[in-house]
Design a protein around this ligand. Structure first.
Ligand code: GTP
Ligand code: MG
Length: 575
């Protein structure tokens, strides 16, 4: 009995939930086909999802294909909920990328495709909505590129180009191993059809069983598992990669009280399950061995103040937002002590509405959001050092430290001091001291920049350390770090950075000169355009805050025939 954890990913409205429903129906799991439009599907089960007709939270549904158990993970397509997709990608063995045959590749499809390629996720492409007029599966194939293999027509020659082994098989007239090429993410076998009419679904189902690699199952290995979702009642959804997670065992600092409401005794390798009793885990945590992954998608770039309509509910609101943040680590909550304001980081308007409705419906709290501001960040401009020795220069703490801040990638603490100078009677291990220092530094750098923003991409090196046993405490190191970090940072200086998008603009050739001439007005930096006989395409970067202006000006510049798509690229120094 093997297992396949299969994610369904796509741009909003491509048909992920409809396809999930169709696969469950065809497999006999449900005996009535639900629909998104009447709010009756298995995986869009939240009230808000049914009302809005979009997926907000990932949902898992299981069906059997012969000897294979498939856990389908339906994900949201709206960019405001990309964090949900990120978590799903951590736990899946393969993916189906759904693309509408009418709309073709869209901004989110491109981002997903790039990510699937980068993470080498074995992927099938399903070109959906072929029942609609204007459907053009071949155009979608061209948009995806040579990796997409059209399985509905002659494709051996295309497959043969994938690598040497495939070419050899082709030349020897032997069948090419599509499963191997798919597992290595060298090809994306493509199918077409319709989630609504059911056309093409048999072929897709067969491909799921034949071409996607099932989960590895090493039950003897040490436990390695990832938490990818947490419910409101603190139930943790866990994917086990290796080893076995058993009921009533201790993991990290918690005890598993039950699995799947007591209906299971353990979660084996390759399996997904709902675990009760893990009170302190957070989404993205690993259980057992293995380390956390870095983020694969863009962080939120906006922030808004949340106010309770009834000022007496401020404490209740703080509590509710903390609960929401536990279910969703990307609901990043901040208490602005000076102004007594609660702030949340946001991906966009839809996410803001969903948070508002969730607070009203689940917590009985009516709230209003203040103006949304664009988040900036600051990076160290150069190097800066600050230090203090116990009993000298007005050092009020029983700790000696010297810190150097320099530009880095992400936030990082290094130790450049002899081992015996570290207060290990307090911190037990070097790693623990280093982790604690990282926490102190992060706290000091939050909103610690010259312009009042978080400081990131900093490498902090501890160049001197000392203590007096048994007097020095962790508190001394924490408080001294809080004083030294700002001093070192003031010497290093900072560069103010703003979120920048990569845009792809397309328009009629007649509008090329006017468009290129106008782009710098919006702070955009265009690259050399690609000019065809009738249309041109130009890519480049633009500050996130200026994108709406470009979008408004575009119809005028291109006689209403231009389109622009954009996606977060990174933080760049503000010009
Ligand atoms: N004609 C036609 N319509 C489809 C097909 N698949 C989905 N739709 C419609 O497209 C709309 C979006 O479908 P969903 O299944 O909610 O799409 P989704 O990808 O899950 O959307 P999000 O979860 O919000 O990202 C609905 O109105 C569906 O009825 C199809 O094969 N043919
Ligand atoms: Mg959906």
């Amino acid at each position: 009995m093997s297992i396949l954890n299969l994610g369904i990913v796509a741009h909003v409205d491509a048909g992920k939930t409809s396809l999930t429903e169709r696969l469950l129906f065809d497999a006999g799991v449900i005996d009535r086909l639900g629909s998104v439009d009447s709010g009756s599907t298995q995986t869009d089960s939240l009230d808000q999802e049914r009302r809005r007709g979009i997926t907000i939270k990932t949902a898992v549904a299981t069906f059997r294909l012969g000897e294979l158990t498939v856990n389908l993970i339906d994900t949201p397509g709206h960019p405001d909920f990309i964090a949900e997709v990120e978590r799903a990608l951590r736990v899946l063995d393969g993916a189906i990328l759904v693309v509408s045959a009418v709309e073709g590749m869209q901004a989110q499809t491109r981002i997903l495709l790039r990510t699937l390629r980068r993470l080498h996720v074995p992927t099938l492409v399903f070109i959906n909505k072929t029942d609609r007029t204007g459907a053009d599966p071949d155009r979608v194939l061209r948009q995806i590129g040579h990796q997409a293999i059209p399985m509905w027509r002659e494709h051996e020659a295309a497959l043969a180009e994938s690598d040497d082994e495939a070419l050899q098989s082709y030349l020897d007239d032997r069948p090419i191993d599509i499963g191997r090429l798919t597992a290595q993410a060298k090809v994306f076998p493509a199918y077409k059809g319709s989630a609504i009419t059911g056309e093409g679904i048999d072929e897709l189902t067969r491909a799921i069983a034949r071409h996607l690699p099932a989960a590895a199952e090493d039950a003897e290995a040490e436990l390695r598992a990832t938490v990818f979702k947490i419910d409101r009642d603190r139930t943790a959804h866990v994917r086990v990669f290796a080893g076995v997670l058993r009921a009533r065992t201790r993991v990290n600092d918690d005890k598993v009280t039950a699995i799947d409401d007591g209906r299971r005794e353990h979660i084996g390798p390759g399996e997904i399950g709902r675990v009760h009793g893990l009170r302190t885990v957070r989404i993205g945590d690993t259980l057992g061995t293995g380390s956390a992954h870095g983020a694969v998608f863009a962080p939120p770039t906006m922030e808004a103040t949340v106010e309770p309509v009834d000022p007496g509910q401020r404490r209740a609101l703080h509590g509710a937002l903390q609960r929401l943040a536990e279910q969703d680590p990307l609901i990043d909550l901040r208490l602005d002590e000076e102004r007594g304001e609660l702030k949340v980081k946001l991906y966009g308007e839809v996410q803001r509405e969903v948070i508002r409705d969730t607070l009203a419906e689940e917590y009985g709290l009516a709230v209003t959001f203040g103006a949304t501001v664009t988040l900036h960040l600051e990076r160290p401009a150069g190097r800066g050092r600050a230090g203090a020795v116990i009993g000298k220069d007005g050092n009020q703490h029983m700790a000696t430290l010297e810190l150097e801040i320099a530009p880095g990638e992400g936030l990082e603490v290094r130790l450049d001091v002899p081992f015996e100078h570290l207060p290990l009677y307090v911190y037990k291990t070097v790693a623990n001291f280093q982790d604690s220092m990282l926490r102190y530094v992060r706290a000091a750098l939050a909103r610690g920049g010259r312009h009042g923003w978080d400081v990131d991409d900093a490498r902090v090196t501890v160049t001197r350390c000392g203590y007096i046993s048994p007097v020095s405490t962790a508190g001394d190191f924490r408080r001294l770090s809080a004083e030294l970090v700002p001093r070192a940072l003031a010497r290093a200086g900072t560069v103010l950075c703003e979120p920048v998008h990569r845009f792809t603009l397309d328009g009629p050739v007649g509008a090329l000169t006017a468009t290129l001439g106008a782009l710098p007005r919006f702070g955009a930096v265009p690259e050399p355009p690609d000019v065809g006989p009738a249309r041109f395409t130009v890519q480049g970067t633009i500050p996130a805050v200026r994108l709406p202006e470009l979008e408004r000006a575009l119809p005028g510049l291109t006689h209403g025939e231009g389109t622009v798509e954009a996606a977060f690229e990174g933080f760049r120094p503000r010009s």
